[in-house]
Write a new protein. Structure first.
Length: 154
């Protein structure tokens, strides 16, 4: 695991375009996390919350929701990119979102990516786009890939 790309002003972010980010540390996805997400979102489909039925299903066990995997990007981002001295950071959106592989319960995941764009916004801000892949330990394909857009104001 390498340290995060850190920048202290919009110009430093722009200069960092093309930089590799991460990978960050591993996180185990347990059934409790999946169940809590299911309750919070109302998505209690059996492939996520019924281990007995899921054992006979297409994945052989429960899997994390795709949107749970995406939501964990917010947990991983500070391991990849840091705006030192920013007075405010905003999650602005995501582009090109996809879920190439299921994340099975018990899997370890981490994030890695690239700073693909950075552009000044207003008098003191920068908008960054990081192409993030949520890697699954031992899997060929990532569980989630998305271009994550953030705004930082200094």
């Amino acid at each position: 695991m390498s340290g995060p790309f850190a920048f202290s002003c919009p110009a430093e972010a722009v200069a960092g375009v093309g930089r590799a980010l991460g990978p960050g540390g591993w996180l185990a996805v347990d059934q409790q996390r999946i169940d809590l997400f299911a309750r919070a979102t109302g998505d209690e489909q059996w492939i996520h919350v019924d281990p007995e039925r899921a054992a006979c299903g297409p994945f052989g066990r429960t899997i994390a929701h795709g949107y749970l995997t995406l939501s964990l990007v917010n947990l991983f981002l500070p391991e990849l990119i840091v705006a030192r001295g920013a007075r405010m950071a905003i999650n602005y959106g995501a582009d090109r979102l996809r879920f190439p592989a299921p994340v099975p319960v018990g899997a370890r995941i981490r994030a890695a990516g690239t700073l693909v764009r950075a552009a000044p916004v207003g008098p003191d801000g920068v908008q960054t786009t990081c192409r993030i892949a949520v890697e699954i330990a031992g899997a060929e394909k990532p569980g989630c890939v998305a271009d994550i857009i953030s705004r930082f104001h200094f």
